[in-house]
Design a protein around this ligand. Structure first.
Ligand code: SF4
Ligand code: SF4
Ligand code: FES
Length: 337
C-alpha cells in the first residue's frame, strides 16, 4: 500500500494506483479533469495533459519535488507522495495553458454543434480556461470525410485524444481507422475511406469527448437539453443491453451507452441496440437517468418529477374541494433531490 496526499487529503491506495485513480477514490472537486483517459480503455491517457498535477514531494524515500507538472492519469503514486491540484495557483495556470492549446484550432461553434450541452471540452474550457484567445492565425480546417451512414466525422472539432482509436482496437472486431500524419496536420481518418460499420463501432461516438464523432441518426433532431434521458434495458444477445434512451415526448430520438460520474461509458452497447431499436416497445424502461455531470441536461431535474408529483398530491389533499393546486418551485429545486 502507498499513502498519498492530494490537496491536503490523505488516502492509502494499492501499489500501482495512479494519482488520478487515487483522486477519484477521494472524490469531489480535487479530481483532475480528463479528456483522453477512459478507465475502460487500456493504454488510454497521456495525450491531452488536462489531468496534470504538481508533485511537491515525490515520496518518503525521495522527497524531492518533480521538476514539472505530471499527467496524473499516467503517473503512479509512491508512498509519502504529496500532490497539489486545486491548491496550486501555478498548476491552475499551467492547466489554463493546456486548455488554450486545445482550443487553438478548435472552431468554437458550440451554438451549431451537436455535442453542445454534453461536451467535455465545453466544461473544461468553462472551468479551467480563460476568456478570450491570443491566437491570431487561421484555424486548421478539413474536408468532410464520409465514414459510413451511422457516424459523422467532423475533424475540425477533433482534439486527437485517441479514445475512438482505442475503442475500435479493443471493443470492435476490426479497426479501420486511426490517426494519420503527425503534428498539426494529424487527423482521424479511415483507411481508403472504409466505412466504420462493425458491430460495436457506435461506442466511438460515446467516448468522443467533443463533437467530432456524432450519431447520424440523431444529428440536429433536437438539442440535447430538450430531451429526457431514461435508463432502459433489453435482452440482447450481442451486448449487455443496458442503455440510455433520450426521449422527446414519446419518441426515442437517440440510444447511447450509460455513463458514470466521470462521463465514462459503463457498458459497451452494440450497433443494433444503438441504431435500430428506436421504439419504446423495444425496451424495458427502468426510470429517469441520473446525470451526474456539469451539463445543461442535468438542469432539467427529471429525477425530481417524483417529488413534483408528491407535492401536487400533498397540496391536493390539503386544499378544500374545488381549489386549484399551485405548482411552487420547491418541487423542482435541485436541493430537494
Ligand atoms: S465540440 Fe464542444 S467545444 Fe467544440 S464546438 Fe462542439 S460543443 Fe463547442
Ligand atoms: S474523433 Fe473524438 S474520440 Fe477520436 S481522437 Fe478525435 S476527439 Fe478523440
Ligand atoms: S487525461 Fe491524462 S493526459 Fe489526457
Amino acid at each position: 500500500m502507498a499513502k498519498v496526499t492530494i490537496d491536503g487529503i490523505s488516502i492509502e491506495v494499492p501499489d500501482g494506483t495512479t494519482i488520478l485513480q487515487a483522486a477519484r477514490m477521494i472524490g469531489g472537486d480535487i479530481v483532475p479533469p480528463t479528456m483522453c483517459y477512459h478507465s475502460k480503455l487500456k493504454t488510454s491517457g497521456g495525450y491531452c495533459r488536462t489531468c496534470i498535477v504538481k508533485v511537491g514531494k515525490g515520496s518518503e524515500k525521495d522527497p524531492r519535488p518533480m521538476p514539472k507538472p505530471v499527467a496524473s492519469c499516467r503517473t503512479t503514486v509512491m508512498d509519502g507522495m504529496e500532490v497539489q491540484n486545486l491548491t496550486s495557483p501555478d498548476l491552475l495556470e499551467a492547466r489554463a495553458g493546456v486548455v488554450e492549446f486545445l482550443l487553438i484550432n478548435h472552431p468554437l461553434d458550440c451554438p451549431v454543434c451537436d455535442q453542445a450541452g454534453e461536451c467535455d471540452l465545453q466544461n473544461l474550457a468553462y472551468e479551467n480556461g480563460k476568456a478570450g484567445t491570443r491566437y491570431e492565425f487561421p484555424r486548421r480546417e478539413f474536408e468532410r470525410i464520409d465514414i459510413g451512414d451511422k457516424i459523422q466525422l467532423h475533424m475540425n472539432r477533433c482534439i486527437l485524444c485517441y479514445r475512438c482509436v482505442k475503442t475500435a482496437d479493443q471493443v470492435t472486431d476490426g479497426r479501420v481507422h486511426g490517426v494519420i500524419n503527425r503534428g498539426d496536420v494529424a487527423e482521424i481518418s479511415t483507411y481508403i475511406q472504409n466505412a466504420v460499420d462493425n458491430d460495436f463501432s457506435g461506442n466511438m461516438i460515446d467516448v468522443c469527448p467533443v463533437g467530432a464523432l456524432t450519431d447520424k441518426t440523431f444529428r440536429f433532431k433536437s438539442r440535447v437539453w430538450y430531451t429526457k434521458p431514461m435508463d432502459a434495458h433489453c435482452n440482447c444477445t450481442k451486448c449487455s443491453g443496458k442503455v440510455r434512451l433520450w426521449f422527446k415526448g414519446e419518441e426515442v430520438l437517440r440510444v447511447t451507452g450509460r455513463r458514470d460520474q466521470f462521463g465514462e461509458v459503463t457498458d459497451w452497447i452494440c450497433n443494433e441496440c444503438r441504431f435500430d431499436k428506436k421504439k419504446t416497445s423495444d425496451w424495458t424502461i427502468e426510470g429517469p437517468a441520473h446525470i451526474d455531470r456539469d451539463s445543461v441536461v442535468s438542469a432539467n431535474h427529471y429525477e425530481s418529477l417524483k417529488a413534483l408529483k408528491t407535492d401536487i398530491e400533498r397540496q391536493r389533499k390539503s386544499l378544500p374541494h374545488g381549489d386549484k393546486v399551485t405548482l411552487g418551485h420547491g418541487a423542482l429545486n435541485p436541493n430537494n433531490q
